[in-house]
Design a protein around this ligand. Structure first.
Ligand code: XMP
Length: 514
């Protein structure tokens, strides 16, 4: 599904690109992100109502600084340049960009011309967020200045005939007062967008798209028990009913009762074609004696593909593989700045399958951010408990039992994990943390229970706050809750006589232990 009267964002490498897209979507206008090499014909296909040039770390005069086809500015589509985007417009249209003598960075007071449509309804003076050393010194022909700061008379410019604007500051970040109003002025006031991007309209459009794309062909989907694959499955099920075949692989590394929970949800609550592949033995025997975290991951990935493929082949005449890929993954994989690879994808497990099995891909969520997926899930009637689940890694408990994977260790960890989740939910901590889980250290220490000496394993409680899993801080769980966790675990879980709390942040540690 394309923009449908939305905003096209061109990414010049700003750390805020996704934030711009989010802000616009929050205003119920669809937004998409493309790299600067987007062609004019592609833009014509997308037919956006407006274009935003993002900020970026380069200087327009740097060798190899990213640029666009200058014809974009002659399409008659309104354009807003933010920071680097403004400087680029200035440069392309014949203005002069210079390195600012005084570095303008962080909170900066700006005086707005509130007669300009971009600043309508915004107080004349406001704090903005700047993050660039360059500035437009001489405006291109046709432009006038519509804002100034101590450092520049051209903190924003506008050509009202061509509807091309630029702001030196970042309206998308919360530090810019009334930044949302400024963005909305551009989207609605200048571009005349309509509020058509809603959960309901997304679902309706997507059902139509899926039916059109897939027709009466069969689709397989790997259910993981997480939010993304669940929402993708329910959406596809609604679109094509029993042409969808889901496969859930029980690798023996799942949380307590997980297989039964998934089976019940998808056969009793949401009825769809479900194959449960009971593959615990296959995984555990392949993992026997393996200690290296990387080898564990590789083995699990490989066995997963074998099991998935074996079960997929039993379903005859399949033409499509569905995946719950999200928009941030799509933007990332298109990244042309070669930034560090980000979150480890939950779907990379089946990444090689489509080619191997000659399948075409369907990715019904590839337009959405995580919170939008949750909203779609809610609208589709998926239980709240499922929608709000914390992330769980593909390799499961294998990367939370340190060292050799044994069934008895996994069983111990399942009990620990169950208690942690239960207590976290009881005190409202589950929804406030990014992840909260247990790790089993097969390191034995001495304890005393009653009159008896014990010599048992160590349980670790890991709880972190994070926005995207890329960085994380250890959660400040109240001592009383930690106390209750420790007592409950030691009293109820056989095989554990010591509980410790992990107070490492990421970096330098990681969230998972292996
Ligand atoms: P780390 O441990 O790298 O984890 O700080 C960051 C986030 O990614 C999750 N994670 C994985 N997810 N397959 C997944 O689907 C994996 O192999 C994997 N490894 C880590 C982890 O739970 C955290 O949310």
């Amino acid at each position: 599904m394309l923009t449908r009267a939305g905003i096209l964002i061109i990414d010049f490498g700003s750390q805020y690109v996704q934030l711009i897209a989010r802000r616009i979507r929050e205003s119920k206008v669809h937004s998409v992100v493309f790299p600067p090499d987007i062609t004019i014909s592609k833009i014509r296909d997308l037919a956006p109502r407006g274009i935003i040039f993002s900020g970026g770390p380069s200087s327009v005069y740097d060798k190899g600084a990213p640029s666009v086809d200058p014809a974009i500015l002659g399409l008659g589509i309104p354009v807003l340049g933010i920071c680097y985007g403004m400087q680029l417009i200035g440069r392309i249209l014949g203005g002069k960009v210079i390195r600012s003598g005084k570095r303008e960075y962080g909170r900066t007071l700006v005086h707005f011309n509130t007669k300009s449509p971009l600043f309508a309804g915004v107080p004349a003076d406001g704090v903005t967020w700047m993050s660039h050393c360059d500035k437009v010194e001489r405006l291109p022909a046709g432009f006038s200045s519509i804002a100034k700061s101590d450092n520049t008379g051209n903190a924003a410019f506008f050509d009202s005939a061509r509807k091309i604007a630029g702001v030196q500051f970042h309206p998308e970040v919360v530090h810019t007062e009334k930044g949302d109003k400024i963005l909305n002025n551009f989207i609605f006031g200048v571009c005349k967008c309509e509020k058509t991007w809603t959960v309901k309209s997304f679902i309706a459009g997507k059902l139509e798209d899926i039916r059109k794309e897939v027709g009466d062909k069969k689709v397989i989907l790997g259910l993981s028990g997480g939010v993304d694959s669940t929402v993708a499955a329910v959406l596809l099920n609604k679109a094509i009913g029993n042409k969808l075949h889901c496969i859930f692989v029980d690798n023996g590394l799942l949380r307590k009762n997980e297989r039964e929970r998934v089976r019940r949800l998808f056969t009793e609550n949401i009825k769809l074609n479900l194959t449960v592949a009971a593959a615990e033995k296959q995984f555990l025997s392949a993992l026997k004696g393996v200690v290296s975290p990387e080898r564990k991951r590789k083995i699990i990935g490989k066995v997963f593909i074998d099991v998935f493929e074996e079960n997929a082949r039993k379903i005859r005449d399949v033409e499509y593989l569905a995946q719950g890929t999200l928009y941030p993954d799509v933007i990332e994989s298109k990244s042309f700045f070669g930034g560090p690879s980000k979150t480890i994808k939950s779907h990379h497990n089946v990444g090689g399958l489509p080619k191997k099995m000659g399948l075409k891909l369907v990715e019904p969520l590839r337009d959405l951010f995580k919170d939008e997926v949750r909203a779609v899930g809610r609208e589709l009637g998926i239980p709240e408990e499922m929608i709000n689940r914390q992330p769980f890694p593909g390799p499961g408990l294998a990367i939370r039992v340190i060292g050799d994977i044994r069934k008895d260790y996994l069983d111990i960890l399942r009990e620990i994990d169950w208690i942690i989740i239960d207590v976290a939910k009881k005190y409202g901590i589950y929804s406030k943390t990014w992840q909260m889980f247990g790790v089993l250290l097969p390191v034995k220490s001495v304890g005393v229970m009653g009159d008896t000496r014990t010599y048992e394993n160590t349980a670790v409680i890991r709880a972190v706050t994070s926005v995207d899993g890329m960085t994380a801080d250890w959660a400040r769980i109240p001592y009383d809750v930690l106390g209750e966790l420790s007592n409950t675990i030691i009293n109820q879980v056989k095989g554990v006589n010591r509980v410790v709390y992990d107070i490492s942040s990421k970096p330098p540690s990681t969230i998972e232990w292996e």
